[in-house]
Design a protein around this ligand. Structure first.
Ligand code: SF4
Ligand code: SF4
Length: 203
């Protein structure tokens, strides 16, 4: 019976594993699970997945800590043994499998090594590579890119291209159009991740 529950749903795994980051994989798996019909015969699965989703969101957006990790493990372990249906057990097994990756602890320390979770990354323009063609600025729908403004009214110089992080939605349109690969996805300094999490008023 136990080994049956541990067979992870290949269909949901395929959806999840389109993501590089293990935390995002779990979010995708749980989202898909919650979007489908639930039998509603037991609590561990119905309540556990909703709480797991909330904990995963905290971990993915830089507000997670060791309590979230412990809670997620507790939920998954209880779902694994307490869910009456195979789907609940499968979801728990997938969560536990992903939690074996260091990525979970790394997120609580301010890093997404796969550079996927938006709270931990920023888009940057490498000045040495930028040819000032303006393609990125033209494609950015959020007016997040500055560049080619006159440095002073009496001056003939222009400012370099740069991304205003507060406006950037991190969807990567600029990265796709840059003809010389001058835009990179960089890890955000841990101090900035922590400061933004603090601003959310959670700590
Ligand atoms: S990632 Fe999107 S929002 Fe951010 S600078 Fe590039 S195009 Fe603009
Ligand atoms: S598209 Fe690339 S090369 Fe052109 S201005 Fe933007 S960063 Fe510079």
């Amino acid at each position: 019976m136990e080994s049956k529950k541990r067979t992870i749903d290949a269909r949901l795994r395929a959806v999840a594993e389109e993501k590089r980051c293990p935390v995002q994989r779990c979010i995708a798996y749980v989202d898909r699970f919650l979007s489908e019909v639930m039998c509603g015969r037991c609590f561990p699965c119905a309540l556990g997945t909703v709480e797991a989703k909330a904990r995963l969101a905290r971990i993915a957006d830089g507000r997670g800590d060791h309590e979230d990790l412990a809670a997620l493990r507790y939920i998954a372990e209880n779902m694994l043994v307490g869910s009456l249906c195979k789907k609940g057990g499968n979801t728990a097994a997938y969560l536990l499998e992903c939690m074996t990756y260091d990525a979970f602890a790394a997120h609580t320390e301010g890093k997404c090594s796969d550079r996927v979770c938006e709270a931990f990354i920023e888009y940057r323009i490498v000045a040495d590579k930028c040819t000032m063609c303006g393609e990125c600025k033209a494609v950015c729908a959020y007016n997040a890119i500055l560049g080619m403004e006159k440095t002073a009214s009496h001056d003939t110089g222009f400012s370099p291209f740069e991304i205003r992080e507060k406006r950037c939605l991190k969807k990567g349109d600029c990265l796709e159009v840059c003809p010389v690969g001058a835009i990179v996805v960089a890890e955000k300094p841990v101090s900035k991740v922590a400061a933004e999490a603090y601003k959310c008023g959670v700590y």
